[in-house]
Design a binder for this molecule. Structure first.
Ligand code: SF4
Length: 198
């Protein structure tokens, strides 16, 4: 008996349709939230490296003090496997010069909260795997709990890309974004947040 052909999966020229939302719809959503400097990234181009984790273990004064950073994030190999579960990501760029180094914290806190709203919207649009890697280490609380289970804002906190062992330098250069080590905070910073989509 002839088998009925299964219905073909709907796609657009720029990617699959999820819950009726296309890539263009997401781009409109980002723009509506005031996020206009972004680029799509093939998630297979995310570079994960052991050296990034080593920099957390040795040299970072906050090691063991942030509940969204190592050692509260998964081992490097698990991070790599996590990224391999995604096909597409969006990279948001934020350029800024600050008067005083400490000014960067309220600036990044505000933007990361805005990005969390975008993560929630993308999730509600049907992209159930939507996951944000904010552009800075979690700093919502003045006094971080330091331990994942004791985090004071479990629903809000997310690991930064480098806390997930991402080599942000190598990754954003693949899509032509600028990044370099700065000589001081009086130079313009380029900060990057990643939204893993699906
Ligand atoms: S939400 Fe607060 S307690 Fe949790 S990781 Fe961020 S700063 Fe630490």
């Amino acid at each position: 008996m002839p088998q009925k052909k299964p219905p073909e999966k709907k796609t657009t020229a720029k990617g699959p349709v999820t819950a009726g939302r296309t890539r263009k719809d997401l781009e409109r959503l980002f723009s509506a939230k005031g996020l206009t400097d972004f680029r799509w990234l093939d998630a297979r181009d995310i570079v994960v490296a052991e050296w990034v984790r080593m920099k957390c273990l040795f040299g970072c004064p906050d090691y063991g003090k942030n509940a969204a950073c190592p050692p509260n994030t998964p081992p490097v190999e698990t991070c790599a496997r996590f990224f391999r579960e995604y096909k597409r990501a969006v990279v948001f760029r934020f350029a800024k010069t600050v008067d005083k180094p400490e000014d960067r914290h309220p600036w990044s806190r505000k933007l990361n909260l805005q990005l969390l709203e975008v993560e929630a919207e993308v999730f509600k649009a049907g992209f159930v795997k939507a996951f944000l890697l904010p552009m800075d280490s979690c700093n919502y609380c003045l006094d971080c709990a330091g331990v994942r289970a004791a985090c004071k804002q479990l629903k809000l906190s997310r690991p930064s890309p480098d806390a997930m062992a991402m080599d942000v330098y190598a990754t954003v250069r693949k899509i032509g974004y600028p990044i370099r080590v700065l000589a001081g905070y009086d130079e313009e910073m380029n900060r990057y947040a990643f939204l893993l989509v699906d």
